[in-house]
Design a protein around this ligand. Structure first.
Ligand SMILES: Cc1cc2nc3c(=O)[nH]c(=O)nc-3n(C[C@H](O)[C@H](O)[C@H](O)COP(=O)(O)OP(=O)(O)OC[C@H]3O[C@@H](n4cnc5c(N)ncnc54)[C@H](O)[C@@H]3O)c2cc1C
Length: 302
């Protein structure tokens, strides 16, 4: 357990104040025990994977912040894998590709954890997690651990029905036989496309807004004239308008102000209300954002 730990080390935006306490559970049982103790003591608990889709507050986080990155056990089966929540999705995708297993080609450039990817139903290049999931082992608010089959879960664009209700501790992911060279080539192409189109050289958290039906958030934001615009240390990327980069000293409030200003402007210019994809922990501008597992629906919209 680390006390007063800088949150900027726990997210790809490299933003955030101090966490009161950070703990990296070493096993599913460890995670469950810490969770139950915190519940009993009424201590707030926050869960972070690789922090690649997450904005953390300038004022820090009270209670315990749990980081899943040590939950990395993996067991390869016959065209399937049982893998703990903290395993890196991109690594899993590469390792499956090396075996000639097809299914996670889309995920090679997504910098999240397996648990975060299930929860966000991460997707790209026409693929998404929901299509590959066989089952998910979950931890619920009352401490129970349940294995849920794919049919028990609902997924939609960047949505999983577990959100705000339970944590993902492990997932079983399925593949189909494929051509190793073709899979690896496709992954390489996907990565090159990203390097061309995304501002990977600066700290960011992927897409800020979900694409509205039939349109692209990036196109709308660019058309509204936001490319390159800055508030404090947060800047709308020159490369991709749906990315906000940290130019060095960005604060959470800068990012939130930029998100709010873009939303308002896009709505007034195009009549479209953009919804955020990035998760936010904390309180801002009168709204409370929920990312814990106390049965409340999470609200990610700024
Ligand atoms: C450069 C870049 C490119 C990206 N490209 C894509 C892309 O192409 N497609 C895409 O979908 N996303 C993309 N992302 C966003 C991000 O990588 C994914 O959403 C990823 O799945 C988030 O996983 P994470 O472990 O980083 O989650 P975090 O950012 O740590 O957490 C995000 C949310 O998930 C919750 N969470 C994390 N782990 C768990 C768990 N085990 N159980 C329950 N809840 C959990 C957190 O509490 C939080 O609410 C990109 C991000 C970056 C920085």
């Amino acid at each position: 357990m680390e006390k007063n730990y800088p949150l900027n080390r726990l997210n790809t935006w490299k933003i955030g104040g101090l966490a009161e306490a950070v703990y990296w559970p070493q096993s599913m049982a460890d995670l469950s025990t810490v969770w139950q103790r915190a519940q009993a003591a009424k201590t707030p608990v926050w869960l972070i994977g690789r922090g690649s889709n997450l904005l953390l507050p300038d004022e820090g986080l009270p209670g315990i912040t749990l980081v899943t990155t040590s939950l990395r056990a993996i067991e390869w089966g016959e065209y399937s894998v049982q893998v703990e929540a903290g395993y890196t999705l991109a690594r899993l995708s590469q390792e499956a590709g090396e075996r000639g297993w097809s299914g996670l080609e889309f995920a090679r450039g997504i910098p999240g954890s397996v648990g975060g990817a299930v929860m966000m139903n991460a997707g790209a290049h026409g693929g998404e997690m929901a299509s590959q999931i066989i089952s998910v082992t979950t931890l619920w608010a009352d401490g129970t651990v349940k294995k849920l089959e794919r049919a028990d879960l609902e997924f939609a664009y960047r949505f999983c029905s577990l959100r705000g209700n339970a944590w993902v501790v492990e997932a079983q992911i399925g593949f189909s036989p494929g051509d190793r060279e073709q899979i690896l080539r496709l992954m390489k192409e996907n990565i090159s496309t990203r390097a061309l189109n995304q501002p990977l050289e600066k700290p960011n958290a992927g897409s800020i807004f979900r694409n509205p039906p039939g349109d692209s958030a990036g196109r709308l934001i660019e058309s509204a004239g936001w490319k390159g615009k800055k508030i404090g240390g947060a800047q709308v990327s020159e490369k991709h308008a749906n990315f906000i980069v940290n130019t060095g000293d960005a604060k959470t409030m800068d990012v939130l102000a930029l998100i709010e200003a873009i939303s308002r402007d896009v709505q007034s210019k195009f009549g479209i209300k953009l919804q955020t994809e990035v998760a936010y922990f904390g309180e801002a501008r009168g709204a409370r954002y929920e990312a814990r597992i106390e049965g409340e629906q999470s609200s990610q919209n700024t």
